[in-house]
Design a protein around this ligand. Structure first.
Ligand SMILES: [Zn+2]
Length: 304
């Protein structure tokens, strides 16, 4: 009997333990689910920024948001930097800082090639991008502003265009302001991801100069993570040439009529073809480039 009771006790204990394990893993699950995947940032109680506030890209690398007025201001000039921890998809979150002369970069800048931000791809388009590579490891808070180069929580997959034409002018403006005044700037960078995209649609950049209440420096802009001529799949980071580029890049094979004697090539319906001696004539399906490389030149009448 005693034996039997002991066994029952053990069983109850095991059941209780299992229940506890299930309940706690459920709690963990719901806690992680709570983190918003669609990054709508509640900046203050009254004002919030959401992806719907971003105007469609129209060829300008950045757009003013909220009338170029930052969503929050700051009165405290104590310098700090804060990066968000990665979310469950390994993506960066908000980075913010109060920046003064103490934080500005002084160190030699090291390599960050070992870091692979979410959605990272090493891909080059030599003819479309001056320094060839589509993606840069983009600092949310520029190295020049925070002297931190290789913190992965501060690096996202960003296009060359966003880095150079979107963000850099604002980063330079901020560095300049701090250098010139010795004042402090509240600075925030928010990578904006849609749903479960691994590559952000762009970065919201805000800055507000503290000592002069935004008189000297104040902006609120969205820098588009785009690259002209290239289509990006933000979910994965994969990319391809835009259609019009494909047409330009892949040479068209067509029917041409060659004159083997004059070494000219023609469209088949050119009047020059009618008078061509059959001995010299050759019909060929080829690309223009192939014919040029063989030493043929285009006819001046039909301009093939
Ligand atoms: Zn011709």
């Amino acid at each position: 009997m005693k034996q039997y009771e002991r066994k029952t006790e053990n069983r109850i204990f095991i059941v209780l333990f299992l229940l506890l394990a299930i309940v706690s893993s459920c709690l963990m699950y719901f806690r992680t689910r709570e983190e918003p995947i669609q990054r709508i940032i509640d900046v203050t109680e009254e004002v919030s920024f959401s992806i719907s506030m971003i105007p469609d890209y129209n060829g300008v690398p950045y757009a003013e948001i909220n009338g170029n007025v930052p969503f929050i201001t700051c009165e405290d000039t104590e310098e700090y930097i804060r990066f968000s921890e990665f979310d469950e998809l390994g993506r960066c979150g908000i980075a913010e800082a109060v920046i003064g002369e103490e934080l500005l970069a002084v160190n030699e800048r090291g390599s960050i090639g070992q870091i692979r931000p979410s959605g990272w791809q090493t891909v080059r388009y030599d003819d479309l991008i001056p320094d060839k590579y589509l993606y840069n490891r983009c600092h949310l808070i520029a190295y020049e502003l925070c002297n931190i180069n290789d913190d992965a929580r501060n690096l996202v997959t960003g296009t060359r265009s966003m880095n150079i034409y979107g963000m850099l002018p604002f980063e330079n403006m901020t560095v300049q302001y701090i250098h010139n005044t010795g004042n402090h700037v509240y600075y925030r960078a928010v990578p904006v991801f849609q749903d479960e995209d691994l590559v952000c649609k762009g970065i919201l950049l805000e800055a507000y100069s503290i000592e002069d209440n935004g008189e000297g420096l104040s902006f609120c802009v969205f820098c588009y993570n785009i690259q002209p001529g290239i289509e990006i799949d933000y979910q994965t980071g994969q990319s391809r040439r835009m259609d019009y580029q494909i047409e330009k890049q892949i040479p068209l094979e067509k029917e041409y009529v060659l004159n083997k004697r004059s070494m000219k090539f023609h469209d088949p319906d050119c009047e020059g073809v009618l008078t061509m001696s059959e001995n010299n004539k050759e019909i060929r399906i080829a690309t223009r480039e192939e014919l040029l490389s063989e030493g043929y030149t285009p006819c001046g009448i039909c301009n093939p």
